[in-house]
Each structure stands twice: as C-alpha cells, then as structure tokens.
Design a protein around this ligand. Sequence first.
Ligand code: ATP
Length: 140
Amino acid sequence: MKKEVVIIGLGRFGTSMCRELNRLGHDILAIDTDEEKVNEVSDCTTQAVIANATDENVLKSLGVRNFEHAVVAIGDNLQSSVLCTLILKEMGISTIWVKARDLQHQKILEKVGADRVIQPEYEMGVRMAHHLNSEKIIDY
Ligand code: ATP
C-alpha cells in the first residue's frame, strides 16, 4: 500500500531513504534548509521544500500533520533533531523514526516520543560483525 512519508534532513541517510521509498512507489515530502540538497531529490519526491523543520508554523503550512510517517534524518545538530521530533509528536504523526548520532542522543529522542531510533553506523557495524562471523573463512 502506498505510504505518505515526510523526510526531514537530506544528508546521505535521508537522501537514500527518499530514493528507495520513491522506487518502492511511496509519496514523499522532503525538507531541508539547504537548497542544493533539496534540488538533488526533486526528481524522486512528490514535493521537495527548502525550509527549517524546527519551525512549527512552517511544518503546519506544509501540511505535515496529514502524514502518517516521518523520518528525521538530522544527525549532527542534536537540538534541531530533538525539537523537530517533539513538534512532529505534538502534531500527532503516528510513526516517527529518527536518526541518532550516539546513545545519549538516542535516549533523549526516546524520551520525547520517537517510535524508532536508528544509529546507522553502529547498527551497520554490528551487522557486518555478524556477517563476518558467519563467513567460512579458511586461513591457510
Ligand atoms: P548523513 O550522515 O546522513 O550524511 P548527518 O548525520 O551528517 O547526515 P547532518 O549533515 O547534520 O546529518 O544533517 C543532514 C541534513 O539535515 C543536512 O542536509 C542539513 O542541511 C539538514 N538540516 C539540519 N538542520 C535542519 C533543519 N532545522 N531543518 C531542515 N533541515 C535541516
């Protein structure tokens, strides 16, 4: 079923989610303060907007409250990431997934109501360790 997803922050993580969700047939509203980043995803989103996602009025005017899913992919700016998550939570978005840079960031996001917190580098490191562990490596 087609989903409507708002993606905030178009770094490598947010951009790759945009491209893949588009390929899978979903509708995407992408938001970033950086014009260049926004232009880069204009071909794979329903709407791509240059805006500050920590401004509640901006999010309201973009109709973000009508979206069922939100992804906050602002990694480095902890304050913006937390504030944006809080606003989305208060708007009543039903699933909010947020990228965190470390465990402390993750704990704060969980407190403000993120439904899923992702630490990409950490999670991928664990997965790769398991892949390597299960490989049949013969050392001659
Ligand atoms: P990645 O690892 O996915 O490349 P990152 O974790 O380094 O990204 P940042 O570079 O901090 O994350 O942020 C990702 C994007 O979020 C940037 O393109 C930045 O312009 C955007 N961004 C930061 N703050 C805001 C904001 N308040 N509103 C909208 N976009 C924002």
